[in-house]
Design a binder for this molecule. Structure first.
Ligand code: ADP
Ligand code: MG
Length: 748
């Protein structure tokens, strides 16, 4: 591990002086031993923190392009890995070439000419090239510059696909990549030929070739770098490759007989090292964050035993708690008995009864004399929660704060919250505003936490002196994701649904035409059960080809003239929405046509059918949540998914997952696999470092191992001087690597 200088990370000791021929400890991948011409760094030695602009081969234009790709330091560039590789080793002669494969070889140009074909827009460039084994024709479309670039007699490396041309009855090389051999250098390998070469994404006008050259030059300037951000003990225990050699080989792999695709999977040592590293960094950060948590602002601890508190709470309920709810309540009571703030994540499938666990926590906090706040993502949900809580906390009826509360009413509400007379506040984003001041906020509950960004959550818990926090989600989270992103939260799992819950059958139906409504929906209405119809759009759109709520509402009102069809969209005002919801809740409205405003939490016991149009436009987790709206009141439910016209194979496969699996955790894993963690949890807005190489689904074993080692490392190094240095270096590295780390660390 290197020391840390003021200027950042440096390589403290070079194993050998610059320019010396290096028997590379990193193997022969990037630099063959015989070529000390390349190994001798012609560049000034670079620091990892150096801005890319300080590098000679990066002028202002390239620098601007790199910056637009989010790359500003040497370290940024090193972690911008290729997305595939090409085998451009020189191992074949023309006579070895076979039809159909991508192959590379060196040949000399015998002739090259331009041919204009009237029908084609661009001219064809035709060449004949030869080596000692024979010759072959080459064809390019356009690319006139080749006439100059590749004159007769020049030697080049050609890489491309060989095809049989029935016209000339011979093999032809089509549009190959060309790398002209510098006559001075001869056939020595370069960044671009004679090796396995990296292929980078071409963005912001930087071609793969240019990018490759920049990376190659930077690696050469760092050659011999012995820095490693991972603590040595960890590296040894996990049996990992060194940092620099891994980076080098991620870009320029060592020669291998493995298929190129394997270099992109775990099992390739440099990649394994980077995967481990990514998980380790995250776990380490999580531990730092945990250490930073202060004392709770709570001035009380529960006066009674947890058991008796739960029993007392249960008496307020119309039903006994499920085993899982009881366990979660117990865990919360234990948190309250500790001096530091509770930081608990309540994870449970839709309908598992999270609200009641939250209510228990709130009752406890109230008995301790604190105020509590309950944050919900939508107004409808806030209203529903406030109704539920009003039934459970008769002594402290909740007040509801949303954007539709205005004027004098709002002023009175805020005054009551500020002086502590309102003790339970349920609300939407409106609670987060600056003007909302609590007198002693002791507990914050966040429902459907993935609907809120980290900054919003932070705004809420900065309203009290280190309040206890309970975040809940009905989006089941795969174990790997929960571990990695919520590793510093305690987790309570509601893995049991209340009794009497009826199964919901999911069906993908080709289209919702009149006969569908008559056959599938009319009988449901006849049993005076209720139906949700969900659409992706409010009204007709020119840009999006999908069904919309207004049209479907008109269509169904017409079709089912005997019942009331309601319409609910995000564009309606609070009161209007509430009136529609009330109509549906009371059963007066039989069919509710809506956009996803009803997505979370809404509880309508007699709703047994839901029809989702253009189902391909919704995420799996979102559909699963929608599905949770039905089958809640002892009636078996049916969930109809109607795909739109444009749905592809993949879209169908996704809907099938829902047909097959009722369990949210399984759906979640599949969703994670399909969409990645960013989409899934909204972690993009969280400031958390994302993974470049690691994959939460595929690499879950590595995650578990890195977590164990990170824990062990932190415990072991407590009070050890060398470790303090090591950790300072690691933390500095993390700040450079992930710029948002500071923000993230400051939030719990
Ligand atoms: P979640 O928020 O986890 O999706 P809710 O808290 O909204 O679930 O509860 C879903 C439904 O289950 C509600 O109708 C609620 O009354 C009911 N419920 C919750 N807990 C129980 C229980 N222990 N026994 C019976 N019904 C319950
Ligand atoms: Mg809920």
């Amino acid at each position: 591990m290197s020391c840390v200088s003021e200027a950042g990370l440096t390589a403290p000791k070079m194993k050998s002086p610059p320019g010396a021929k290096m028997a590379s400890p990193y193997g022969g991948g990037f630099l063959p031993e015989r070529e000390n011409v390349v190994a001798a760094p012609p560049f000034p030695r670079l620091k990892l923190t150096a801005p890319l602009s300080s590098f000679p081969s990066i002028g202002p234009r390239r620098h601007a392009r790199l910056a637009r790709r989010g790359l500003s330091t040497v370290l940024d560039l090193l972690y911008c890995f290729p997305f595939r590789y090409e085998d451009r080793r020189i191992r074949l002669l023309i006579s070895d070439l076979v039809e159909g494969a991508e192959q590379g070889f060196v040949a000399t140009v015998r002739s090259i000419r331009k041919k204009v074909v009237p029908k084609l827009r661009a001219p064809i460039i035709e060449a004949t090239i030869f080596d000692r084994s024979g010759e072959i024709s080459v064809v390019w479309f356009g690319q006139e510059y080749l006439l100059k670039h590749l004159p007769e007699g020049s030697q080049a490396f050609f890489f491309g696909k060989v095809e049989y041309s029935s016209y000339s009855r011979s093999l032809v090389l089509r549009s190959p990549v060309v790398e002209v051999v510098d006559p001075e250098q001869g056939l020595r390998r370069s960044y671009h030929i004679g090796r396995i070469v990296p292929i980078y994404r071409e963005e912001e006008g930087l071609t793969s070739g240019v990018f490759r050259r920049i990376v190659g030059d930077v690696l050469r300037a760092l050659w011999g770098e012995s820095f490693d951000p991972l603590p040595e003990s960890v590296r040894r225990e996990a049996n990992l490759m060194g940092w620099f050699s891994s980076i080098v080989e991620m870009h320029f792999p060592r020669e291998t007989e493995r298929p190129m695709e394997e270099l992109l999977l775990s099992g390739y040592p440099p990649r394994d090292r980077i995967i481990f590293e990514e998980f380790f960094f995250l776990e380490y950060l999580m531990m730092l964050r945990r250490q930073g948590v202060q004392h709770s602002g709570r001035m009380w601890s529960p006066a009674e035993t947890a058991e008796s508190a739960i029993t007392a709470f249960e008496r307020r309920l119309p039903f006994p708690l499920t085993g899982a709810q009881r366990r979660a309540c117990l865990e919360i009571s234990q948190d309250f008995a500790r001096p530091h703030p509770m930081n608990r994540f309540l994870l449970g499938d839709v309908g598992s009864g999270k609200t009641f666990v939250a209510a228990f926590a709130m009752c406890q906090a109230l008995r301790g004399g604190c105020q509590t706040a309950f944050l919900a993502p939508t107004e409808i949900l806030a209203q529903q929660h406030s109704r539920t809580l009003a039934g459970l906390m008769k002594e402290d009826p909740p007040v509801l704060l949303s954007h539709s509360v205005k004027g004098g009413e709002r002023r009175r509400l805020l005054a009551g919250i500020a002086d502590g007379s309102h003790r339970v506040v349920v609300g939407t984003h409106a609670i987060l505003e600056e003007g909302v001041i609590f007198s002693n906020l002791g507990l914050v509950v966040v429902d459907e936490q993935h609907k809120f960004g980290v900054a919003q959550r932070k705004a809420l818990w900065s309203k009290g002196p280190n309040p206890d926090i309970l975040v809940m989600t009905a989006t089941p989270i795969p174990r790997s994701l929960a571990l990695s992103y919520y590793g510093d939260l305690e987790i309570s799992l509601l893995d049991e649904l209340p009794p009497g819950r009826q199964p919901v059958t999911t069906r993908v139906v080709a289209k919702a035409d009149e006969s569908f409504w008559h056959k599938k929906v009319a009988p449901v209405l006849a049993r005076s059960e209720q139906v949700f119809v969900v659409l992706p759009l409010i009204e007709e759109s020119e840009k999006v080809d999908a069904k919309n709520a207004m049209d479907v509402h008109a269509f169904l009102s017409d079709l089912f003239s005997g019942v009331r069809v309601g319409l609910l969209t995000g564009r309606m005002g609070g009161e209007e929405k509430e009136a529609v919801m009330e109509g549906f809740r009371s059963g007066e409205i039989a069919i509710l046509v809506s956009t996803t405003v009803i997505e979370v939490g809404v509880d309508i016991p007699r709703a047994s059918v839901m029809v989702v149009e253009n189902a391909e436009r919704f995420g799996l987790a979102q559909l699963h949540q929608l599905r949770g709206r039905i089958g809640r009141g002892g009636l078996p439910g049916t969930f109809y998914l109607i795909p739109g016209q444009g749905i592809g194979e993949e879209g169908r496969a996704r809907l099938k997952i829902l047909e097959e699996y009722a369990d949210g955790f399984h759906v979640a894993e599949e969703d994670l696999r399909l969409r990645g963690p960013g989409e899934f949890l909204g972690v993009k807005q969280s400031g958390l470092p994302m993974f470049v190489v690691a994959d939460l689904v595929r690499d879950v074993e590595v995650l578990t191992r890195s977590r164990r080692l990170a824990l062990g490392y932190v415990e072991e190094s407590e009070g050890r001087m060398e470790s303090a240095w090591e950790q300072a270096g690691l933390e500095e590295f993390l700040r450079l690597r992930y710029r948002e780390v500071e923000v993230w660390l400051s939030i719990r």
